[in-house]
Design a protein around this ligand. Structure first.
Ligand code: B16
Ligand code: MG
Length: 220
């Protein structure tokens, strides 16, 4: 039985990916690194430090530990400045209605995000009290694609991983959900080949629909 739905944050609840892109772009330009949308796509769901490692590797570049920390911190400052413009209107279509429907059906909810800025984003969206649990990049666990963030959500919600569904927009998150033994539903237009099911958006999606997807996946 479906007992909990774990939502990724960036790309599922709100689209701050464009802010990540803009912030990395400025830093890449400053340091003479090549950076484009395809490279940015590889950073989705991946932690800040691992994102910078990917950018450096793609550019065949190495930097000192001090410079690495400086670049990551400068990127985060830019990103956080961009986050200041977020309002409740930025919550993606269908999210608030879906949360209400899950609550009515007694299905628990959580956020499982790689972002260390999750508390700020939820505050800006006025969603800080909307979930039964929040596990993010500040937790001392391995980041996606490791299953740790989602397993910590299941622990906090006191449900078995097999009774959880994860909604994700990125390959790293789908891999993490599958590794956690959870049903992985991809959302968005980009194909996520490992996902158990795909939804274009969360608009008009309710608890009944998620329950039927869960049953369909479980029955193979
Ligand atoms: P921060 P998610 C992820 O959020 C983003 O998709 C990813 O692009 C970002 O690098 C990561 O958070 C870390 O974010 O720099 O704010 O700690 O999709 O897991 O909600
Ligand atoms: Mg995401």
């Amino acid at each position: 039985m479906l007992k909990a739905v774990i939502f990724d944050l960036d790309g599922v609840i709100v689209s701050t990916d464009i802010y990540h892109y803009k912030a990395w772009q400025v830093l890449a330009k400053k340091h003479g690194f090549h950076f484009d949308e395809a490279l940015n796509d590889r950073l989705k769901g991946i932690s800040r430090a691992e994102s910078l490692e990917i950018i450096l590797e793609a550019n065949n570049a190495t930097v000192s530990q001090r410079t690495f920390k400086r670049i990551a911190a400068a990127k985060n400052r830019r990103y956080r400045k961009l986050l200041n413009q977020l309002t409740r209107k930025d919550i993606l279509p269908g999210v608030v209605e879906l949360l209400g429907s899950l609550k009515q059906n007694g299905i628990k909810t959580a956020i499982g995000s790689s972002s260390r800025n999750t508390p700020k984003i939820l505050r800006k969206l006025k969603l800080e009290d909307a979930f039964d649990a929040v596990v993010d990049g500040n937790a001392s666990v391995r980041s996606k694609p490791a299953p740790d963030i989602f397993l910590t959500c299941a622990d906090a919600l006191e449900v078995m991983p097999a009774s959880c569904m994860v909604i994700e927009d990125a390959n790293a998150g789908i891999t993490a959900a599958k590794a956690a033994g959870m049903t992985a539903v991809g959302v968005g237009q980009k194909p996520l080949p490992q996902a158990d099911a795909m939804l274009l958006t969360l608009h008009s999606i309710n608890a009944e629909r998620l329950k039927s997807i869960y049953l369909m996946v479980k029955s193979g």
